[in-house]
Design a binder for this molecule. Structure first.
Ligand SMILES: [Mg+2]
Length: 226
């Protein structure tokens, strides 16, 4: 990355001063374009706003990086719907009463391994109704009372992919019947239209485009490669 380009990124994206999502991606001033790549069309984003506005308590549990998720939420005005962002490395953001994210103490990792989502839900998520929405759900230790909404794995458009229609309708019914439910959301290809973490990896480790060829091709199609 050239010095000039790096300066350009920081000038056009204030978030890059603090967070690593845009800082390391050599995409010049295409931040708005990248955010639309991640979240999908304005119509899809509006649909997501409508869906999330039906939830009263939502948190994100991701195998990506909480810092990236936080930045993507903030830059696309989705922050308001969530109380926590937790990643499987233990990074843990909570939203303070003033609406701003605060980094809370890390979630302890057992035996040095990453957090398993089902164990996190079992140990840390409390509520009379808990709904877990994920395109790659982790279920071995998931308590029986948790309502699992299983989506198609890495479907383009995430929860709004046509193949997720039945799952989406089931989620909407649950939300209508249990307005106080706690909803645990996966991030990549569940809330998002495309896989943020894998795309970020392609853009920051270009020699390893072959690790995620599908997302390298998607970035090429959106003229976001370099
Ligand atoms: Mg996912």
């Amino acid at each position: 990355m050239s010095t000039n380009k790096n300066n350009g990124i920081i000038r056009h994206c204030p978030a890059a001063k603090k967070f690593p999502l845009f800082k390391r991606m050599d995409i010049g001033n295409k931040h708005a374009k990248f955010l639309q790549y991640v979240w999908g069309s304005p119509e899809r984003q509006e649909r997501l706003h409508k869906l999330l506005s039906c939830t009263s308590r939502s948190l994100i549990l991701t195998r990506g990086m909480a810092t990236h998720v936080r930045e993507a939420l903030d830059d696309s005005k989705f922050t308001q719907y969530f109380t926590h962002i937790v990643d499987t490395f233990g990074t843990n953001f909570t939203r303070a009463p003033d609406g701003k994210w605060q980094e809370a103490p890390k979630i302890p990792l057992r035996g040095g391994r990453e957090i398993l989502k089902d164990e996190y839900i079992r140990d840390y998520v409390h509520g009379s109704v808990i709904i877990y929405v994920d395109d790659s759900p982790e279920t071995a230790a998931l308590p029986d009372h948790v309502e699992l909404i299983r989506l198609q794995k890495e479907a383009l458009g995430g929860i709004f992919n046509e193949d997720n229609k039945v799952a989406l309708e089931r989620l909407q019914t649950l939300l209508a019947n249990h307005p106080d439910a706690v909803v645990v959301w996966d991030f990549d290809c569940t809330l998002t239209a495309r896989h943020l973490y894998k795309s970020w990896f392609v853009l920051t480790h270009r020699r390893r485009r072959g690790s995620f060829p599908r997302w390298a091709a998607e970035l090429d199609n959106h003229h976001l490669s370099n």
